[in-house]
Design a protein around this ligand. Structure first.
Ligand code: CU
Length: 156
């Protein structure tokens, strides 16, 4: 193997799931988690990039494994208290910008889970964008992943 192919193979191996792409929207590094594999609620986190030249908006999400899916964010209530809030209008992803769904921040909330969240199981989440339309993302369950540095602890 040449140095170049070795590097490429390593780069591909480092990505947990293949990026989903549609109409300028690219989703990377998606993962889902629940407090335990048998929890009734779970959340999904990911990096959403808008490579198009117009602003877009994530307006809805659905998942086969959940009875109800909502777009949530966390609001800092002060004194270290973070409260989850449903955001019906969704999240803007400006042209050329990135939207981070992460622990303690914006996330895809899945309620009424109908399947167990086993480590490395892949679930399908459909994101609906105002302009790009539906983007189906394969999201691996990762119960071991630690929150990103600086992210607040979140409880569901
Ligand atoms: Cu939530």
């Amino acid at each position: 193997m040449s140095i170049k192919t070795t590097f490429l193979a390593a780069a591909i191996a480092a990505v947990s799931a293949l990026p989903a792409v549609a109409e300028g929207i690219m989703v990377k590094d998606a993962y889902a988690r629940a407090a335990t594999p048998f929890a009734k609620t779970g959340a999904a986190f990911m990096m959403i990039m808008n490579h198009s030249d117009q602003d877009d908006r994530l307006i809805n999400a659905s998942a086969g494994v959940a009875k109800r899916v909502e777009l949530h964010t966390h609001k800092d209530m002060g004194e270290g208290v973070m409260q989850m809030m449903h955001v019906p209008e969704g999240f803007t992803v400006a042209a050329g910008e990135m939207l981070m769904l992460q622990r303690g921040g914006k996330h895809v909330m899945m309620m009424g889970l109908t399947e167990t969240f086993d480590q490395d199981k892949v679930i399908e989440i459909t994101l609906t964008f105002e302009k790009a339309g539906e983007v189906v993302v394969e999201v691996p369950v990762d119960l071991k992943r630690k929150p990103a540095e600086g992210a607040h602890k979140m409880s569901h």
